[in-house]
Write a protein that binds this ligand. Structure first.
Ligand code: NAD
Length: 505
């Protein structure tokens, strides 16, 4: 039996439960069918067939989940950080124990290749361990002494929070939000993306089995415009942590405005990788190819704009093209696969539309530019490279969110910086140069929340993660996460020596 056949057999066994009955919600510590009779079909990226059905949450369902989170808050928030730390480490242990199961379900649900998803559960577990270890100190604030008063600050969990996640790497992204929220003492209602709902329920089950009390984590399934919207409007929810498209982010803000919700938005990007002629071109080549063609290009931090200095442009693009032509497109459960199918027919149509747009705008399609006909009805596209593009073309300005790279030439540092910043987005930038001064000038000039110099996206959990401009508001990571999930309270104690103003005396 090949590795693919063996993985398919294991995945089929795991899907028995999802096929048996529609996937409902997870509320107050148990599976909940909800009151909605509407069902959504969850389709396979591999062959377009129905994987399972999912309940499309309505107002009562969202209300039940928000109320459960509200009821569970006082007891969870009252635990010491050490007690929460112990529970969250058990969650991490349980995620590690079920990592293969999580990876197989995630691949079948999203189309992401196993070679990348096999580590996703471990990263999820790491998220829990990282924030668990910081839980005991999360409440700790500042000492701010004054002449006759002592001020000090403490942080306290803000309350029940909504976590709304996208479909590209749903398990890992959910843990990135839920772990710090729980460590802070918040309770959670999670609304996963309707195109990839499965691992959210698995995560809620794992957490409950590991000892997270009922109601501390709840999942409501459904469509964004309904269940998601209702959640962002619910008065019991104090803050919304959102990952998704920029236009949805702006809706989240306006939907939360009447109830004055705090929002944290991790949104889209059109991230540049800038390669100067003095760079280590071998390392730059590896990083350029990795950062757009891994995870099907469905990655917020993907470097989808390749800016190359004109003196090396032709040579470098030829090298990139050779690599792109050799990428292995195939079944997500085949360990050899580098690029799997796209998540959904609507997303496939969007990506395919940019092949037409590129031609109309006058870019050269150097590699790819079509659907993989041999793998129909699977939603596979050819890894694609557009060359001789300009920064004004739509393929250079809009987030395509597929294995599609747009290459543009620049003459000098000033032009590279101008092109880099000439975009509505500001999530990440990648700079390749051996000139330290230039690296610093570029890094400081770039309008992006994160800059990697001579590196691909290398994650470090204490460091801030987030974007500027249309790429988001707020930062995750380390203490930045606690600033979002907690309220800072100032406490002022008088020494008893100051003069209290007297009125009516
Ligand atoms: P999306 O905005 O369509 O959906 C994200 C989530 O929001 C889904 O759960 C959806 O159901 C929900 N939603 C949709 N409309 C809503 C509404 N009106 N109110 C409340 N919830 C609503 O995004 P997507 O297509 O699922 O994901 C891809 C996008 O996510 C890309 O733009 C990508 O760059 C971005 N992303 C950003 C980061 C980051 O860290 N910056 C990480 C991953 C993905």
């Amino acid at each position: 039996m090949s590795a693919l056949e063996s993985n398919l057999a294991k995945a089929a066994a795991l899907f028995t439960r999802f096929r048996a009955q529609p996937l409902g919600h997870f509320i107050a510590g148990r599976a909940d069918r909800g009151s909605s009779r509407d069902l959504l079909d969850n389709l396979s990226p591999v062959d377009g067939q129905r994987l399972n059905q999912v309940v499309s949450g309505n107002e009562q369902d969202v209300h039940a989940a928000a109320t459960a989170a509200e009821a569970a808050l006082p007891a969870w928030r009252a635990l010491t950080g050490e007690q929460r730390r112990a529970v969250l480490h058990k969650v991490a242990d349980a995620i590690e124990a079920r990592r293969e199961e999580i990876a197989l379900v995630e691949c079948m649900d999203t189309g992401q290749a196993l070679r990348f998803m096999s580590g996703a559960a471990l990263r999820g577990a790491e998220n829990f361990r990282f924030f668990a270890d910081r839980a005991p100190q999360a409440c700790n604030g500042l000492a701010l002494p004054a002449a006759e008063h002592m001020n000090y600050t403490v942080r306290q969990a803000i309350g029940p929070v909504a976590v709304i996640t996208p479909w590209n790497t749903p398990f890992m992204l959910s843990t990135w939000k839920i772990a710090p929220a729980l460590a802070a003492g918040c309770t959670v209602v999670h609304k996963p993306a309707e195109w990839s709902p499965l691992t959210a329920t698995m995560l809620a089950e794992i957490m409950t089995e590991a000892g997270v009390p009922p109601g501390v984590v709840n999942v409501v399934n459904g469509v964004g415009e309904r269940a998601g919207k209702l959640l962002t409007e619910h008065p019991a929810i104090r803050a919304t942590a959102f990952i998704g498209e920029s236009k949805t982010g702006s809706l989240i803000m306006s939907q939360g405005a009447p109830t004055l919700k705090r929002v944290h938005l991790e949104l889209g990007g059109k991230n540049p990788v800038i390669v100067f002629e003095d760079a280590d071109l071998e390392r730059a080549l590896d990083a350029v190819v990795f950062m757009i063609y891994s995870l099907n290009g469905e990655r917020c931090t993907s470097s989808s704009r390749l800016l190359v200095q004109r003196s090396i442009y032709d040579r470098f693009i030829e090298r990139v093209a050779e690599r792109v032509a050799k990428l292995k497109v195939g079944h997500p459960l085949d360990p050899a696969t580098e690029i799997g199918p796209l998540i959904h027919a609507r997303h496939l149509d969007k990506v395919l539309s940019y092949f037409r747009i590129a031609r109309e705008d006058g870019a050269e399609i150097k590699v790819g530019g079509d659907r993989v006909a041999a793998l129909k009805p699977g939603l596979y596209v050819q890894p694609t490279l557009f060359s001789h593009a300009s920064n004004t073309m739509r393929v250079a300005r809009e987030e395509i969110f597929g294995p599609v790279l747009t290459a543009i030439a620049f003459d000098d540092e000033a032009e590279a910086l101008k092109m880099t910043n000439d975009t509505p987005y500001g999530l990440t930038a990648y700079v390749w140069t051996s000139d330290t001064g230039r690296a610093l000038r570029m890094a400081h000039g770039v309008e992006a929340g994160m800059v990697w110099v001579n590196s691909e996206n290398n994650r470090h959990l204490p460091s801030p993660f987030g974007g500027m401009k249309a790429s988001g508001i707020g930062r995750d990571g380390g203490d930045y996460s606690f600033d979002f999930y907690m309220e800072t309270k100032n406490i002022c104690l008088a020494f008893g020596t100051h003069r209290v103003p007297r009125l009516g005396a």
